[in-house]
Write a new protein. Structure first.
Ligand code: PXG
Length: 290
């Protein structure tokens, strides 16, 4: 496996980060998780735009242009001869001294990993996934904005741990006021009386690229979409619930906190959206091998 490290391709064993890197010492950095399907990178521009916006919010200057970054992402897939890949792009503040002052880090450090993707077991797309609501709250926008895809995922990891403890694979996170924010690495949707709901990003959710795709797909199917805050109670009584993300795509949720959601089976709108999403990922994207 070859890793792109500050623009140079090196074998995995040589792809190492300094113990003085502020990404490691303080979580001072940003990342993206991108996928390629059959040799096409899905939503490359959107992911790179979000990476640069996340970095800008932290006044972290990425040492290469967006165009160069995109070319290196494409090359990372190509050099590893991958068709269906999971691509992780990480930019850190870079090596500095022991002290959190970012001005002591002269140059940001970045790397790109193109690997094969580990997916949720296929049975969950057919049967639906059970989840819990974790007691760990999502970061608040007035502290660290959840719109910044930063290297600070500890709240989410604590949520994931709680999910593990309850024997499920994902957890819904609420915000400080108790409104549904998102899951630990996915956005959330529900269907109620035929209307599709997702929390607005100000509630405390990442501006998900799959989320945006689902909103667009629903509009194309003449389904009304409302971005308004809602609570756990709304989820419990919803007709359908699903989560969205680059890794998960569209995953039906059929059980929350051991309560059956809807009929207890993936709902018709969830299934229709998943089908459409699959079609689009099969046909759209930036060609790697053209
Ligand atoms: N919320 C959070 C907190 C996320 O981290 C999403 C929502 C979904 O966003 P996208 O743009 O992917 O639809 C994410 C995405 C990983 C991994 O390896 C994490 C994400 C995506 C891909 C891989 O942990 N997070």
């Amino acid at each position: 496996m070859l890793i792109c490290l500050n623009g140079k391709f090196v074998p995995k064993e040589k792809a190492v980060v300094s113990v003085f890197d502020h990404g490691l010492l303080y979580g001072d950095g940003v990342f993206e998780g991108i996928r390629s399907y059959n040799g096409r990178i899905f939503k490359l521009d959107e992911h790179v735009d979000r990476l640069y916006d996340s970095a800008k919010a932290l006044t972290l200057s990425i040492p290469v242009s967006k165009e160069k970054m995109k070319a290196e992402i494409i090359l990372s897939v190509k050099k590893n001869k991958l068709k269906d890949a999971y691509i992780r792009v990480v930019v850190t503040r870079g090596p500095g001294d022991l002290g959190l002052n970012p001005t002591k880090c002269p140059k940001a450090f970045y790397f790109i990993i193109a690997a094969s993707i580990s997916l949720y077991p296929a049975k969950f797309y057919k049967q639906g996934l059970p989840v819990i609501i974790t007691s760990t709250r999502r970061n608040t926008p007035d502290a660290l904005s959840p719109r910044v895809k930063s290297l600070n995922y500890l709240n989410n990891i604590l949520g994931k741990l709680e999910a593990n403890n309850y024997g499920v694979l994902e957890a819904v996170m609420l915000n400080r006021e108790g409104y549904v924010a998102e899951c630990t690495a996915d956005n959330i949707f529900m269907v109620s009386k035929g209307v599709l709901y997702t929390p607005p990003t100000y509630v405390g959710a990442l501006d998900g690229i799959t989320r945006a795709m689902v909103v667009e797909l629903a509009a194309g199917m003449s389904i009304k979409v409302k971005e308004v805050p809602f609570t756990a109670c709304d989820l419990y009584v919803a007709e359908e619930v699903f989560l969205t993300g680059t890794a998960a795509e569209i995953m039906p949720i059929i059980n929350i906190d051991a309560r059956k959601i809807g009929t207890g089976k993936p709902g018709p709108l969830t299934v229709a959206l998943l089908e459409k999403y699959k079609q689009i990922t099969r046909t759209e994207g930036t060609e790697v091998y053209s």
